[in-house]
Write a protein that binds this ligand. Structure first.
Ligand code: ZN
Length: 142
């Protein structure tokens, strides 16, 4: 286990832009405010979205495309540095008009309306580095 401690930085509430991609908007929010490490939550609605499912054997992401309006019932994640840029890692639960849900790694989503809560964490920035066991870029030392 690797543990790092941080101090609270800025607290941001953001209403994201209709028609924009949610991951890009949160990335822009981080870049404009020079946020390197943060915890985030979001709720709202997406006009379409794509979730990923990481196959632990093949080390590849499968894609779940939702080409219909869905509620962003829950979205939680974090921001850390990857390849010198803030990287948004978010997981989401999306629901349709019947309440049926999909969940997974949120790779993209076109915003109908979305509200984000972002808690900046200050200290040495968390960085993602390649991890040979999982095939993912995980928090670690360069
Ligand atoms: Zn993920």
């Amino acid at each position: 286990m690797q543990i790092r401690d941080f101090r609270q930085g800025g607290i941001f509430f953001a209403r994201l832009d209709h028609g924009a991609d949610i991951i890009s908007q949160i990335t822009n929010l981080a870049e404009k405010n020079r946020i390197e490490t943060a915890a985030l939550c979001a709720i709202g609605a997406l006009s379409r979205a794509e979730l990923g499912y990481y196959d632990q054997l093949s080390h590849e992401y499968g894609r779940i495309s939702l080409e219909e309006p869905v509620e962003l019932a829950s979205c939680t994640g974090n921001i850390s540095m990857r390849d010198g840029r803030p990287f948004v890692h978010a997981h989401a639960v999306l629901s349709d008009r019947t309440g049926r849900t999909w969940g997974g790694h949120l790779t993209s989503g076109i915003i109908f309306a979305a509200e984000v809560y972002l808690q900046e964490l200050t200290g040495l920035p968390l960085k993602r580095v390649p991890d040979s066991i999982t095939g993912l870029k995980l928090w670690g030392e360069e």
